[in-house]
Write a protein that binds this ligand. Structure first.
Ligand code: 5GP
Ligand code: ZN
Length: 115
């Protein structure tokens, strides 16, 4: 936990959020400023700053996050139609909140291919 971290505050319930999934290691909630009809943030409860600061062993939680993304996609009914997952990393990657998070975007057909 990081006292000054917005997402740690959401995990602790100090900042309210619209939760869509929770277990002992992972929390998913709706983005406050959605960039798509469905925009969910999936985060580890452990405060990991970014992909770039991952330590050995942290890959386990990343792999679980992808499992959870599929569970959410199934439950919310967009697994078949598809979705996009984005992770911004660091300043050049456009990361604003320094707590690792996966943007799960769905509900429209994304036209602009970044890659
Ligand atoms: P980043 O730019 O760091 O990849 O994405 C941060 C995301 O967190 C943004 O899409 C922003 O809208 C979202 N966000 C920032 N603060 C809050 C908050 O307090 N609650 C929620 N639900 N989302 C937030
Ligand atoms: Zn945090």
């Amino acid at each position: 936990m990081d006292e000054n971290c917005t997402f740690c505050k959401i995990i602790k319930g100090e900042i309210p959020s619209n939760k869509v999934y929770e277990d002992e290691e992972i929390l998913a909630f709706k983005d406050i400023n959605p960039a798509a009809p469905i925009h969910i943030l999936v985060i580890p409860k452990k405060h990991l700053e970014s992909l770039a600061t991952m330590k050995e062993g942290d890959e386990k939680i990343i792999s679980k996050i992808y499992q959870v993304i599929n569970i959410i996609a199934e439950k919310q009914g967009f697994k078949e139609k598809g979705y996009r997952v984005i992770v911004n990393c660091g300043k050049d990657g456009g990361q604003e909140v320094p707590h690792l998070h996966f943007h799960l975007l769905a509900g429209t057909q994304f036209g602009d291919k970044i890659v």
